[in-house]
Design a protein around this ligand. Structure first.
Ligand code: FAD
Length: 409
């Protein structure tokens, strides 16, 4: 039965664009994905005046494998939102089926759920609003160069209207293609030359092969493709694909179909004609994560190819830990606040990204990949150390003030 989705209705702006200029905000968060929405919620719970902005209308779709792993769920538990995925209709994930070179292996997962990004991101924005944050959807932000000592100025554009807004601290959670911090000295992003592109589509597949509770992951020449059944029965398809191979095969749908068939999975009907959307090159890192009264988080703070499905866990962990820093930076800003964020991000997230980098290198060698699947078929427990490393809770979160216990009455 299709679950009732609590969060499928659109979310309205909580104030008029013109009203945003009447005060100096403590924290303006640009981008209402998992990183931005949770950071806004946590900062609002600490008593800050928070404005959350996104250029999209919500619910909005996003290229993603739509799998929240056990580490992501542990962050939601840490902030007191452990019931949010189930309330939004999430389906438990039990296994991952890996396939390459027509060989397949099945490994058990230690928890995790599948949930569409429309439902998950919307539920997180609603949690931010319940905590007292304001929200402006369909509004694009740009950041001016530093023009005052005590705040930063952003230009917010909605339809034909633009307004200047002041904030003591700005959080850039604007994702992979975000440009908010692109003019900041020292915050230039370097993109890996060999990086793959992300691509995704949602299918109305009723073939019966791709069942609930399983992540299907196929690797082949040109990239890898993941499929998962969503809470409403649709089939989410997400892929990391070589740029040149996409061009040669005539588009992401065709290349995804080829990768699935090389791996030995059935090709879902309609995959080639589906409305595929792409991302910029995936593997990237900005030189720094802060400048004057500005901090960067989520995918905007650096990303690696997504085979291990950890991006949302990194985004949520970053959001939970940056909020107290943002609030104290709004009271008194100093470069030490930004430096503390950079160090926390390094020890909590950058170190975990090593495993993901290592796996994405293996995936570029189809023969090695097929050999690894053969080994896993004989001994699935060989994957346990990696699965454990990816799913373990973020130890550094214990150093973050547990603000979910309620600061604001
Ligand atoms: C192919 C693929 C598969 C993936 N699969 C998984 C998976 O299964 N599990 C997992 O955990 N992760 C997965 N990820 C990673 C995950 O999607 C990201 O890590 C996650 O979305 C990061 O969240 P975020 O909040 O940083 O950015 P986003 O979710 O991208 O949100 C950024 C927001 O900023 C807004 N924005 C940008 N610029 C502006 C502006 N100037 N003004 C206003 N708004 C702006 C955008 O509209 C957007 O809503 C996958 C990624 C890809 C590409």
């Amino acid at each position: 039965m299709t679950p009732q989705l609590a969060s499928r209705h659109s979310i309205d702006a909580t104030l008029e664009l013109s009203d945003t200029a009447e005060r100096t905000w403590d924290v303006v968060v640009v981008g209402a994905g998992p990183a931005g929405a949770l950071a806004a919620r946590q900062a609002a719970r600490l008593g800050a005046a928070v404005l959350l902005i996104d250029k999209a209308f919500f619910p909005r779709w996003k290229v993603c494998g739509c799998c929240l792993n056990a580490a992501a769920l542990s962050v939601l538990e840490f902030v007191g939102l452990e019931e949010l995925p189930a309330r939004a209709g999430a389906k438990p994930l039990e296994r991952i089926r890996l396939a390459a070179g027509k060989r397949a292996a099945v490994c058990r997962l230690p928890g995790g759920v599948s949930l569409s990004r429309e439902a998950f991101d919307t539920a997180l924005v609603e949690a931010a609003l319940s905590a007292g944050a304001h929200f402006l959807p369909h509004t694009e932000a740009t950041l001016r160069s530093v023009d005052a000592a005590t705040f930063r100025t952003l230009d917010l554009r909605r339809e034909h209207q633009t307004i200047a807004v002041r904030s003591r601290v700005v959080l850039a959670a604007d994702g992979l293609s975000g440009r908010l911090a692109s003019n900041e000295p020292d915050l230039q992003t370097s993109v890996s030359r060999t990086s793959r592109l992300g691509a995704g589509a949602v299918l109305e597949d009723d073939s019966g092969y791709f069942g609930d509770g399983v992540i299907y992951m196929a690797s082949g020449r040109g990239g890898y493709v993941g499929l998962v059944r969503l809470e409403d029965g649709r089939l989410d398809v997400a892929a990391a694909l070589d740029r040149e191979a996409v061009r040669r095969s005539g588009g992401p749908g065709r290349l995804a179909a080829s990768v699935l068939s090389q791996a030995g999975f059935p090709v879902p009907a309609g995959i080639e004609e589906a409305a595929w959307r792409g991302t910029p090159p995936l593997t990237r890192r900005p030189a720094r994560l802060y400048s004057e009264r500005l901090m960067v988080l989520g995918d905007a703070a650096g990303y690696v190819e997504p085979f291990t499905g950890e991006g949302m866990a990194w985004a949520l962990a970053g959001a939970a830990s940056i909020a107290p820093l943002a609030v104290s930076g709004a009271e008194t800003w100093s470069p030490e606040v930004g430096l503390a964020w950079e160090q926390l991000h390094h020890c909590m997230i950058v170190r975990r990204q090593f495993a993901c980098r290592w796996v994405s290198r293996l995936l570029r060698r189809p023969t090695l990949c097929a050999a690894a699947v053969t080994a896993l078929r004989a001994a699935p427990q060989l994957a346990s150390p990696l699965i454990h490393a990816i799913n373990r809770p973020f130890a550094a979160l214990s150093r973050v003030t547990p603000i979910h216990q309620g600061v604001k009455s």
